[in-house]
Write a protein that binds this ligand. Structure first.
Ligand code: NAP
Length: 236
């Protein structure tokens, strides 16, 4: 039975990843930083789902979980947890991050969550991944982190954090390929979650099914790339 560890599984894309991988017969380590009724219900319905408390900005918690899972094989480490760095999209998050309005405390939270969190997770869980059959480390980044695709400006905190984590995943892919580990950044599409808002074109189930296909089909040539939910390689 393959295994996945997913961060930020309380809601949105992370909860749906946990649901779909469990339904596909995977063992799921579903991490949330707080009590999450929907996740509790999922774990009650699927015995292969194990819940873990994890805030990805708290490195001691990450080390403790890695130690608790010592000896386990994790086929896919999925860094899903992320924040906009301020309000979500429909609550005016983009306007809040316009030039002249920077909330630098929120920037720092976004960087600790979106950039440092995935790196710390990878360092803590690399041996669990190396022990597995599939050996993948995936971080949900975003096309808004692509300089080439940036035609609208703004969104400084979130955009820079996603650009940075895409760069982190590129270095990680180079460093870990000799161990047979494939690392990549994936843009899940613009998805109707609290972060993505109601106008997003993709629903959560559709986006997660598509990203699962990308993860399953990941090749050594794609490692280190920013891959979209439909499998296309996005420019950085
Ligand atoms: N939705 C989109 O259109 C879109 C597009 C591109 C990329 N993404 C990326 O996809 C990922 C998931 O996004 P989403 O749309 O599902 O967002 P969401 O609905 O806002 O969910 C975010 C998840 O991250 C968790 N989280 C936040 N900070 C955390 C921390 N410090 N430690 C652990 N968990 C934490 C949240 O937990 P709580 O419930 O405790 O807050 C929640 O489970 C993010 O990395 C996001 O940047 C989303």
């Amino acid at each position: 039975m393959p295994a996945i560890l997913v961060t930020g599984a309380s809601r949105g894309l992370g909860l749906e990843f946990a649901r779909q991988y469990a339904a596909a017969g995977w063992r799921v380590w579903a991490c949330s930083r707080a009590e999450a009724p929907d996740l509790d219900a999922l774990a009650a319905a699927w015995p292969a789902v194990t819940l873990a408390r994890l805030d990805v900005t708290r490195h001691g918690m990450i080390d403790q979980l890695a130690a608790a899972l010592d000896g386990e094989a994790i086929d896919v480490l999925l860094n899903n947890a992320g924040v906009m760095g301020g309000s979500d999209f429909d609550a005016g998050g983009a306007a809040e991050q316009a030039f002249g309005h920077s909330d630098f405390a929120a920037w720092e939270r976004a960087w600790r969550t979106n950039v440092v969190g995935p790196m710390k997770m990878a360092e803590a869980f690399v041996e669990h991944v190396a022990r597995s059959g599939q050996r993948r480390i995936i971080t949900l980044s975003s096309m808004v982190g692509s300089n080439t695709l940036n035609t609208t400006g703004g969104l400084y905190g979130y955009r820079s954090s996603k650009a940075a984590v895409t760069a982190v995943m590129k270095s990680m892919a180079i460093d870990l390929l000799p161990r047979g580990i494939l690392a990549a950044a994936v843009h899940p599409g613009w998805v109707r979650t609290s972060m993505g808002g109601g106008k997003a074109p993709l629903d959560v189930a559709e986006a997660v099914a598509a990203v699962r296909r990308v993860i399953a089909g990941l090749t050594a040539q794609q490692a280190g790339q920013l891959l979209a939910w439909d499998g296309t390689i996005l420019p950085y």
